[in-house]
Ligand binder design. Structure first.
Ligand code: SAM
Length: 331
């Protein structure tokens, strides 16, 4: 029953983008003036639940809700509550969420009540002005309230920061101390060339090898074998006692251990974040009340999962490697 791709990788992790809409417009992620999907093209929450359930029956053990901003999808907690039955039955090991934190103070307690144990909060700066600048529309205070609420509800919070040249590189040591001081892990991520944005990606791109070298002037970083099943590689930071993750889609390809596929809110399945190929699951889902057609379509899609991505950011290749924005698949 397990989903195994042509390279022998077992697919056990599903990321579900429940909406392409977001209440922020992070400059490296979206253009300011984005055209979003018409609401009629979206799968209903019941259809999303049905698809998630088929994936879980086919061996998915870990499921992450993302977006767009997952917490701006109307009635999203209904879906979280529905999926949580698979945690109770033991079929699903973990249900998590990646969020910008803006709505977290409203939802943290209910997420915890649904069996969510850990969440990722995306946060690129601790400076309110810079936060407004990078998110275009965001309010840092609301995100801080959200993080407080999440920790108060007992959720483990991991922070994700996209490393951006001349924007937050100088600030990352302070963010590291702050995050570890509050018992939160921090992971830094290289910016990826996905979708047209208003800015020039070559101006933003910071290879994490350079960031690591800069951090090593202030911190003692020791590689550790810690793994979460994802692409991050971790170091222990002696001065803070915490863990720092590096996700390096540009400078180090980690596809050999890829265990994931990504489902969008229209029922499109992407087998790789960095490739255009996709499979439509909405038609087989709607074609029959039973799940055989959709299960067959999933098998067919997994059978063509590519070996890996090949992102490039340089002045000569000044165009996105894939045309869709990160908000389509949620990272
Ligand atoms: N709204 C949620 C959030 O902010 O976490 C979930 C969706 S967001 C697209 C997921 C993650 O992708 C965020 O951490 C964001 O910073 C990151 N991201 C967006 N565009 C990116 C890009 N071009 N390269 C690298 N990371 C990107």
């Amino acid at each position: 029953m397990d989903m195994i791709d042509p390279f022998g990788r077992t697919i056990s992790y599903l990321r579900v983008s429940v909406t392409d809409r977001c209440d922020f417009r992070c400059t490296y992620c979206m253009a300011e003036d984005m055209a979003f999907l018409p609401k009629k093209d979206l799968l209903s929450l019941e259809e999303l639940d049905r698809l998630c359930t088929v994936f879980i029956e086919k061996g998915v053990r870990k499921l992450r809700l993302t977006g767009g901003e997952p917490l701006v999808r109307k009635n999203i907690m209904h879906l979280v509550r529905q999926i949580s039955r698979h945690l109770e039955s033991g079929a699903l090991e973990e249900l998590t969420l990646t969020t910008n934190g803006s709505q977290l103070s409203r939802f943290a307690a209910e997420l915890a009540d649904c069996g969510v144990k850990r969440i990722n909060v995306s946060l690129d700066t601790l400076d309110p002005e810079k936060f407004r600048q990078i998110t275009r529309w965001g309010n840092l205070d609301k995100v801080m309230d959200g993080i407080d609420a999440a920790q108060a509800a007992g959720l483990k919070v991991k922070l994700n920061a996209v490393a951006l040249k001349d924007f937050n590189d100088a600030e990352l040591p302070e963010m590291l101390r702050w995050a570890h001081g509050r018992g939160m892990e921090l992971t830094v991520i290289e910016t990826m060339p996905m979708g047209e944005i208003d800015a020039d990606r070559t101006d933003q791109y910071l290879p994490l090898s350079l960031l690591r070298a800069a951090l090593e002037r202030q911190f003692t970083l020791t590689d550790i074998p810690y793994k979460t099943g994802g692409p991050a590689r971790y170091v222990h930071v002696a001065e803070t006692g915490g863990r720092l993750g590096f996700i390096t889609p540009m400078t180090h390809n980690f596809c050999e251990s890829c265990n994931r596929v990504r489902l969008t809110c229209t029922g499109t399945l992407y087998m790789c974040l960095g490739q255009e190929d996709a499979a439509d699951l909405r038609a087989p889902l709607r074609a029959s009340e039973g799940n055989e057609l959709v299960a067959d379509a999933i098998d067919e899609a997994i059978g063509r999962k590519p070996k890996g991505h090949d992102f490039i950011i340089d002045r000569r290749t000044n165009r996105p490697s894939v045309s869709r924005h990160m908000s389509v698949t949620g990272g």
